[in-house]
Design a protein around this ligand. Sequence first.
Ligand SMILES: [Zn+2]
Ligand SMILES: [Zn+2]
Length: 176
Amino acid sequence: MPDHFTSLETGKPFTQCCACEGLLSEKDMYIVNKSFAAGECVFELAMCFECREELNSKLSEESRVAMFDFMHDHADMEKREATLGSDSDTEDYIAKCLTCGVDAKGLNNYTLGGMFSGDHLIKGPFPMLICGSCEDKLNETISDETRDVWDKFIGEHFPGPPSEATLPTGSKPVFL
Ligand SMILES: [Zn+2]
Ligand SMILES: [Zn+2]
């Protein structure tokens, strides 16, 4: 597993889904999200695909479409796939912001998303990096409904910070 996607809290790969607490080794696929502010990881999670789907299912069709549209309006997924395919170096997928193309070097605020099966990083649309300013744009794009669902989820599964917690940047974590 690339270091980018190990847990900062434990220094090791994630082992459990943050929502159902099931073992990730027993899941077909799972997603790892890590948000960085001032270069430090401030929010991290691993979530199995079933829980991810369940979370998505709590959103209205409209909200799901808005999220999808943001990615597809701002990122050329076809070009990305043609360039990177499914077997480029991990670094190549996260060298630039997915949606604005800014160079990731020198970025202090960003979120990383990776999809795994066991220890294996699945390459395709993921892994991806979204810069802080695109996160802000995404946060503006998503509906209050989406934000409420995400905030509730964070509140339920991350008892540390209060559910209204914001990142040190003032924005809220986005789910990739
Ligand atoms: Zn789960
Ligand atoms: Zn960006």
